[in-house]
Design a protein around this ligand. Structure first.
Ligand code: NIG
Ligand code: FE
Length: 398
C-alpha cells in the first residue's frame, strides 16, 4: 500500500465541525493530509506530518474536498446554442426545447453519447468535481432510457432514471399511457442501472398525481427519490418530495412558506432523513430568470446544496466554481455557505457520507487551489483556480 502526503496546506477545508476553526467549513491552518489506499488516513499540523512514499507540496494554498455535483444531465446529443441566443434576445424558457434534444439523442450512436459523457465528465473533473450524478431523460423510449443509464453507469455510481422528463411527442395526447409505460417496461429496463428516480414535476411536464405514481413505482423497486420541483413557477413538487422522503428537491426557485415549512420538518443533517433543497443557479443564469431565495432557505434552517444542472438547454455549464460565484454574488450566500453547499451539501443530497468531507476514512477526493483561500472561488470568478485534483487518492492529469 503506497502512501501520499499532501503537505504545506495553508487552509484546509474539512467540513468537519469542531475539527478546526469555528464555522461550517471546519478550517484548519498549516496542515497536512495523508492518503493511503484511496482514503484519508490522517490529518494534522504540517509539523507533525508522517513520512510517506510520495509528497505533494501545496505551497501554502487552500485544499478543499472535491465538489459533489448532485444534479447533471450529461447523456445527450446536439446542442441548443441557438435557443440560448434566442433567450438572450428575449424569448422565455419553457422546457419545450427538451424535445429537440430527445430527437438528437435518439439518433445518436452509443459511442457518440459515451464520448459526450466522457468529455463533460473530464471537464467537470478539471474543475474539481470528484462526484457527479448523471440523469437519463433525453431518450424517453424503453431502449433509449436504458442505454442512457447504462452509459451513465460507466462513469458514476450516482445514476438517476428521469424517464418522466417530458411526455414525448408520440404520446402527446395520451399522457396516462406514457406514465403507465414509464412505471412498467421502462422502469424495469432502467432500474438495473439506476440508483435514483426523478420526475420533472411542473406545468407542461408531469402533474402531481402522475409524478407521485412514477416516484412510488421507483421506490417500490428500491430507487431513491429526487424531484425537479418549483422551477418555472409555484407548484406541488417540493411538498411531494417531502411526502415521499426525497433525498433532494431540485431548483426550488418558486417557494411558498408552506414549502419551506415542509422542508424544515424533514430534519437537519445527521438524522439522515432531511430533504435537501438543491439550488441550480446556472439554470437561472442561462434562462435569465430570477434566482432562488437561498437566504430564506438557509435562515429557516433548510440544508442547501449547489449543483450545475449541466444540460444542453437550461444550463450548459459543468463548473461548480461558477455556481459558487453565482450563489455568492446573486443569491447572497456567504462564500462559506456556498462552498459547503457544493461539497458537503451535495453529498447530503446524494445521502453519501464518504465524500464531501475530509476526515480519516473518507474518500481521498480533494482539490488543491491556485489560491490561498476558498474565498477566491467567488472572489476570482471565471478564473481556472483548480491546480490539482485527487480522485480516490489518485492525482488526475491536467
Ligand atoms: O433541470 N427542467 C427540466 N430539465 C432540465 C432542463 C432540460 C432542458 O432544457 O433540456 C433542467 O433545467
Ligand atoms: Fe435538471
Amino acid at each position: 500500500m503506497s502512501s501520499l502526503l499532501v503537505d504545506n496546506i495553508g487552509e484546509l477545508v474539512t467540513n468537519v465541525v469542531g475539527g478546526g476553526e469555528a464555522g461550517p467549513l471546519g478550517i484548519r491552518r498549516n496542515s497536512a493530509l495523508l492518503v493511503e489506499d484511496g482514503q484519508v488516513a490522517w490529518i494534522g499540523p504540517a509539523r507533525d506530518a508522517p513520512a510517506a512514499d510520495r509528497r505533494i507540496d501545496a505551497e501554502g494554498a487552500a485544499v478543499l474536498p472535491g465538489f459533489v455535483d448532485s444534479h447533471a444531465h450529461l447523456v445527450f446529443a446536439g446542442d441548443r446554442a441557438a435557443e440560448f441566443a434566442a433567450r438572450m434576445a428575449g424569448q422565455p424558457y419553457t422546457g419545450g426545447g427538451i424535445r429537440t434534444t430527445v430527437g438528437a439523442t435518439r439518433a445518436a450512436s452509443d459511442d457518440e453519447l459515451r464520448a459526450t459523457v466522457r468529455r463533460l465528465r473530464a471537464e467537470a473533473m478539471r474543475q474539481g468535481t470528484t462526484t457527479i450524478e448523471i440523469k437519463s431523460g433525453y431518450g424517453l423510449t424503453v431502449a433509449d432510457e436504458a442505454r442512457s443509464l447504462r452509459i451513465a453507469a460507466e462513469f458514476t455510481e450516482e445514476t438517476t432514471f428521469l424517464g418522466a422528463h417530458v411526455v414525448p411527442a408520440e404520446y402527446a395526447h395520451r399522457p396516462d399511457d406514457y406514465v403507465g409505460m414509464v412505471c412498467g417496461p421502462m422502469l424495469a429496463a432502467a432500474a438495473p442501472y439506476a440508483r435514483w428516480i426523478d420526475v420533472f414535476c411542473e406545468r407542461g411536464a408531469f402533474d402531481v398525481d402522475h409524478a407521485r405514481a412514477i416516484l412510488a413505482c421507483g421506490q417500490a423497486v428500491g430507487l431513491g427519490v429526487r424531484v425537479h420541483a418549483n422551477q418555472l413557477g409555484p407548484g406541488p413538487g417540493v411538498q411531494l418530495g417531502v411526502e415521499l422522503g426525497a433525498a433532494s428537491v431540485d431548483h426550488c426557485t418558486h417557494l411558498t412558506d408552506a414549502d419551506i415549512d415542509a422542508l424544515v420538518s424533514t430534519g437537519t443533517e445527521g438524522a439522515g432523513t432531511a430533504t435537501v433543497a438543491t439550488l441550480l443557479p446556472g439554470a437561472e443564469f442561462s434562462t435569465r430568470s430570477p434566482y432562488p431565495d437561498a437566504r430564506r432557505l438557509l435562515d429557516a434552517g433548510v440544508a442547501v446544496a449547489l449543483a450545475t444542472d449541466c444540460n444542453p438547454g437550461s444550463s450548459y455549464t459543468s463548473s461548480m466554481p461558477f455556481c459558487i460565484a453565482l450563489a455568492v454574488r446573486e443569491m447572497r450566500m456567504t462564500p462559506a455557505e456556498a462552498v459547503w453547499a457544493a461539497t458537503a451539501g451535495g453529498a447530503m443530497a446524494l445521502r453519501r457520507d464518504d465524500v464531501g468531507r475530509l476526515r480519516p476514512g473518507a474518500r481521498a477526493d480533494l482539490m488543491i487551489l491556485d489560491a490561498p483561500s476558498h474565498l477566491h472561488l467567488a472572489y476570482r470568478p471565471g478564473v481556472p483556480l483548480i491546480r490539482q485534483v485527487l480522485y480516490n487518492g489518485v492525482p488526475q492529469c491536467r
